[in-house]
Ligand binder design. Structure first.
Ligand code: GYE
Length: 334
């Protein structure tokens, strides 16, 4: 700049104009303290969160965790329940973009079909955090990070336990599978991990596999059909506790003893599932933690401040046998 001031008049005019523009530009940046969201200037982060629904005990615990963590972290939370419909989630995300929230977080009900709306958020300069479930978008720049479980691993742990239990089985072991809602990451991945693990023993065969939408009603209804169509069912693998709990009713109504006549393996480890396991009605649970709220708020603050975050953050989890469930149950928070 200093050098330019010694130039002739037209150059000086250009230099003045340039510095005005520069200062103006810096000032404009300084005003939008939101680092990409552009809402209020009170220093509080506003998060728009689109939840899948209220389909299971896991989901209820997840919603509570997010709401409590937002309050504790001083994050202003706008919350929408999509009732397990992708169109509702897209609508909610578009609303959040219009409201210029600082951060958008959501748990995608299915894996596919998000590119357009994620691109809209990116164009509006609003960072997106995926929580619990992921998307299959090839363009990873459409979101900052994905916080959640390794669902393939959960399915694999369930399958490995079964392989171990049935290692002396001489004849066929007939397995039925209750899947989560069609197209959801945990449904696709748990199915995959389980299938990979049981491939170790050719006696283990999935003879029927249908979606029960992660709900008790769905689990009960589909299990009734399974029982009608298949006289010999040895094992049920349910993609979550709630479907397993619904299936218990169908199994009992069919005159069979759950946990004995039919070995039951589920995923989640919410309180009711753990109770069924401790009571001997379930046989094994692969845990999936819904307590994602505190980590989510932490990440929101970081991406809002423009900090780099890891593109994938995995939840820590374990598995439970009946004896372990009895021991853990009194301290279970959800
Ligand atoms: O396992 C199931 C819920 O996405 C991990 O969704 C979550 C799954 C959970 O409905 O209970």
């Amino acid at each position: 700049m200093r050098k330019m001031r010694t130039q002739s008049a037209p150059w000086r005019a250009a230099a003045v104009l340039a510095s005005v523009l520069l200062v103006g530009g810096v000032a404009a940046c300084g005003n939008s303290d939101t680092g990409g969201g552009g809402s209020k200037d009170d220093g509080k982060i506003t998060m728009g969160f689109s939840q899948v629904g209220a389909e299971s005990g896991w989901r209820t615990a997840n919603t509570t965790s997010i709401k409590e963590a937002a309050a504790a972290a001083g994050v202003e939370l706008k919350f929408d329940d999509a009732q397990q419909k992708q169109e509702n989630q897209i609508k909610a995300i578009r609303n959040y973009i219009q409201q210029k929230v600082d951060v958008i977080a959501f748990s995608p009900v299915v894996e596919s079909g998000w590119d357009t709306v994620l691109k809209e958020a990116k164009d509006a300069d609003i960072p997106v955090i995926l929580t619990d479930r992921s998307v299959d978008s090839a363009d990873k720049s459409l979101y900052k990070t994905f916080l959640g479980s390794d669902f393939v691993k959960e399915g694999r742990l369930a399958g490995e336990w079964l392989v171990e239990q049935k290692k002396t089985a001489s004849g066929p072991v007939n397995i039925v599978e209750l899947q989560g809602n069609t197209g959801a990451a945990p449904a696709n991945d748990r199915k995959k991990g389980f299938a990979e693990a049981i491939a170790a023993n050719p006696n283990l065969k999935v003879i029927a596999s249908q979606p029960g939408d992660f709900t008790r009603a769905g689990g009960k209804q589909v299990m009734e059909q399974f029982l009608k169509a298949n006289p010999k069912i040895d094992v049920l693998f349910a993609h979550n506790d709630d479907m397993g709990l619904g299936a218990l009713e169908a199994i009992t109504a069919a005159g069979k003893v759950p946990g004995k006549d039919i070995t039951i393996i589920t995923v989640d480890a919410v309180k009711d599932g753990m109770q069924a396991l401790a009571d001997g009605k379930f046989n094994f649970i692969a845990e999936c933690s819904p307590l994602l709220g505190p980590q989510l708020m932490d990440l929101a603050k970081k991406v809002h401040a423009g900090e780099q975050v890891a593109p994938r953050i995995e939840t820590e989890e374990t598995t439970f046998t009946q004896a372990q469930a009895k021991e853990a149950l009194p301290n279970r928070k959800y």
